[in-house]
Write a protein that binds this ligand. Structure first.
Ligand SMILES: C[S@@+](CC[C@H](N)C(=O)[O-])C[C@H]1O[C@@H](n2cnc3c(N)ncnc32)[C@H](O)[C@@H]1O
Length: 245
């Protein structure tokens, strides 16, 4: 496994080509589900961790929430800042590694969205952020985990897909190995070809629940997709859990 795959891939110009569907509309849909199922109000402080290019963070700020976001990727943070500036927004943004970040502030909600979980080798590292976040959440605060659904991914894996995006050919090879879903992404035009790699550890709902409950969280809501459908272990595309402190 390429341990630090996330440093290259999320700092590449090509990421936005491959994930262009993960856009503002996609972000708003998930936020609507979260806001409809929590009692967050405009005076609340929300942490987006990691925030990527700020699609959730900036929309929350636009709605009137106080927001803080961090990410490891400098290019994403620059995009987030530029988008905020162009829209007259003012989120607090900084660079940090999710494994080591800590806060004096207390938040009303901490968001970990769009499979920003399971990147590291050990369970210890993967669960360090939710464990630490418990201490910087206010009482009755929410931790939202939007993660893939292990069974669905395993049963519906598409081993190879090739598509054209603008002038580029995007080839994605997927594999499940050592309890991780991995993807090799090859992006080529007529002159050059570049390769990137993704690797996410596959955790079942029960394993995640057991860990989070041991940190002190309780389950507030559980969904299987951004439309708010009930979670089904085999058929749901996502595992979305709203935990409560
Ligand atoms: C799939 S993206 C999701 C970003 C954002 N939540 C969204 O939905 O647009 C995962 C993000 O995790 C960030 N990331 C990866 N490893 C990280 C680390 N060790 N510390 C902080 N952020 C990290 C990446 O830079 C990337 O922005």
């Amino acid at each position: 496994m390429q341990n630090d795959w996330f440093k290259d891939w999320f700092s590449s110009e090509e990421y936005n080509l491959v994930y262009s569907h993960r856009n503002d509309n996609d972000a708003r849909k998930l936020l609507q589900l979260i806001l409809n199922n929590t009692r967050l109000n405009k005076s609340n402080l929300i942490l987006d961790a990691p925030c990527g290019a700020g699609r959730h963070l900036n929309y929350l700020n636009f709605l009137g929430f106080n927001v803080v976001g961090f990410d490891l990727s400098k290019p994403f943070l620059i995009q987030a800042k530029n988008n905020a500036f162009n829209n007259g927004l003012n989120p607090l943004l900084f660079r940090a590694d999710i494994r080591h970040v800590c806060f004096k502030k207390k938040f009303d909600a901490v968001l970990n969205l769009f499979t920003s979980f399971g990147y590291f080798d050990s369970d210890e590292e993967n669960f360090s952020f939710p464990r630490n976040a418990y201490s910087f959440l206010k009482k009755d605060g929410f931790f939202v985990l939007d993660y893939l659904n292990k069974n669905y991914i395993t049963q519906n894996l598409i081993p190879l897909s090739v598509r054209k995006v603008n002038i580029y050919s995007v080839e994605e090879k997927r594999e499940i190995k050592d309890n991780r879903v991995t993807k090799t992404i090859k992006i080529s035009d007529s002159i050059r070809s570049k390769e990137f790699y993704e690797s996410v550890k596959l955790y079942s709902k029960d394993f995640i629940l057991e860990r989070f409950l041991s940190f002190g969280y309780s389950v507030h809501r559980l969904f299987g997709d951004y439309n708010g459908n009930v979670y089904n272990e085999n058929n749901s595309e996502r595992l979305i859990i709203i935990f409560k402190k």
